[in-house]
Design a protein around this ligand. Sequence first.
Ligand SMILES: Cc1cc2nc3c(=O)[nH]c(=O)nc-3n(C[C@H](O)[C@H](O)[C@H](O)COP(=O)(O)OP(=O)(O)OC[C@H]3O[C@@H](n4cnc5c(N)ncnc54)[C@H](O)[C@@H]3O)c2cc1C
Ligand SMILES: Cc1cc2nc3c(=O)[nH]c(=O)nc-3n(C[C@H](O)[C@H](O)[C@H](O)COP(=O)(O)O)c2cc1C
Length: 589
Amino acid sequence: MPLKNMNMLAEPKLRALQDLVKTSSKEELIWMNGFLAGLLSNGSAVSAPQAVVQEQPVAAPPAPAAPAVQKITIVYGTETGNSKKLATEFATKAKKQGINAKVVSLDQYRLNDLPKEEYLFTVISTQGEGEPPATAKKFYDHIHNNGTRLDKLKYGVLALGDTSYPLFCKAGEDVDNQLHKLGAQRMVSLQKCDTDYQADADAWFAQVLQKLQSGGVPASNGTTTATVTAPAATKKSGGKKVYTGTVLTNINLNDRGSSKATHHIEIAAEGVEYLPGDSIGVVAENPEGVIRAIVSLTGVDASKIVAATEPRTVYDLLKKKLNITWLPERVVRNYAKLVQQDIPDTKISLLDLLRIYPVKDAAQFEEVLGILEPITPRLYSISSSPAAHSGEVHITVAKDTFMVNDERRCGLCSDYLLQMPENTSFEFYVHRNNQFRLPDHDKDIIMIGPGTGIAAFRSFLWERDAVGATGRNWLFFGEQHFQTDFLYQTEIQNWVQTGVLTHVSLAFSRDQPYKVYVLHRMLEQAMELYRWIMDGAYIYVCGAREPMSVDVDYTLLQIIERFGGKKPTEAIEFLDKLKEEGRYLKDVY
Ligand SMILES: Cc1cc2nc3c(=O)[nH]c(=O)nc-3n(C[C@H](O)[C@H](O)[C@H](O)COP(=O)(O)OP(=O)(O)OC[C@H]3O[C@@H](n4cnc5c(N)ncnc54)[C@H](O)[C@@H]3O)c2cc1C
Ligand SMILES: Cc1cc2nc3c(=O)[nH]c(=O)nc-3n(C[C@H](O)[C@H](O)[C@H](O)COP(=O)(O)O)c2cc1C
């Protein structure tokens, strides 16, 4: 096609393009071709100015050359959909360049295919404390525990993470290192991405595609450095839009006599943007009493300004920045070195550590401040709906309590939120979960959400009611006692009355001599449940990862076997297909 047909390019630009084309080698032209295709498929190319055009005959640009590498596999491990989104974008870009790109979730990837693979690109996030997402665990364990050589393989890893966490992009880093150890050749350096991952990911895609176009040559020295994003300590948390919220309501949903405390917290936040299925991330402040005890134990001057990433008082660091409630073993090891004492590898609070293995003096404690890690954000599923509660987010927070040496203690962030008086302001961000979205309005949904799992489904139900969705809604909810623990009872009953909830199945585990959980209710309603699934219903699970969500898997398999007349392997395939179709979705923790 002659370039004159590109009648959107004004004269000076056209000339510049011609000059560039004339002076470029074939490889450079191929690279530019890929780069522009990448920009366009990403929708990030700037819109063309309205120029008056002068047509000029010029030399034809090179026809897209067949890529040197024709087939690649892109695998992803994701918890909230970011890695899947990027893997899919990468595949689209590769396909536009004539590369046959297969995209597979790591939980669907056949591990036996790995030694046969020639080009494998992994997009993987980090979860928990530096762990791979649950869907990537099998792959992660396999490459770490199975010594099969991968000498044929050329690979690249795009690691997603968040610099607010001390083990930034650890899972991706591990996969990158481990594939290298197994003999695979690193084609491009590991790219670590913060929460504002798009630009880094796009640059990485362009780099990989360029290499694939020119023959898939591995990185010359095989090391992992190059374009790695700065580490946690030096990079400010990128791309997160931080909102200031004001607590409007903070009430306990459990009645007197309950062994639990689950608070419904309404937060006003101007301009807050989210979708049902999202969570908010909160960085808690440490409890005042613990800080006072630490100051008195160490003799440190709380008002002294010390140099951290920015100068702050000791008090400020202890209150707002540093994790002091539950130190990871690596921090305890560093503490042992610093205070030169023998301390077993263990997790412990800073106060307990200081009591058992005291610092020499206040100056040594100031050094301890330097080895502590930041407080990590905790997530809470949003229980409100943008359509029904404009300018607000609601959350449903269960008090986390546990015993340490016969003393009852509370989790940091749940306690911080539960104690927050009305009118208090605090900061939060929205953590998007593109994996956990409502379907079209006319689709049926089955929601399985015992305990705080109800939070996301309160959001779903308010939203579906507000937008007039026509699909049917079935809720499975469970707690300990009907009398004291039926969270959002009035709202749920109203939804039943108004027909928003077609079915509600309740399980109060401790109201009878034997335990009854949502699984039992699912089995009791198995035939109807199976009918809903066959009619196209979407299944959602929210709440405790273990044992609840694992038991739900197992229960669904039983139902599919029994009512679908399927063998166990066929039932697994059936459930896998539902997952692939995005009809079996989990948000579990
Ligand atoms: C996607 C997602 C959505 C979520 N949604 C919700 C929700 O809607 N509602 C909700 O309530 N929660 C939700 N959570 C869980 C929530 O993020 C927190 O994990 C939970 O509130 C506990 O945090 P915490 O800071 O209170 O406890 P932490 O301080 O983090 O303590 C957690 C555990 O660590 C141990 N521990 C901590 N300190 C010590 C110590 N000094 N000594 C011994 N052991 C210790 C205890 O076992 C304790 O139970 C969600 C999590 C995720 C990932
Ligand atoms: C509970 C939780 C724990 C996390 N732990 C880490 C971590 O240890 N290191 C890290 O770099 N990122 C961590 N992250 C951030 C995620 O990796 C980041 O949000 C990423 O974009 C998620 O991608 P995904 O949607 O593909 O799972 C954590 C996120 C959550 C919700």
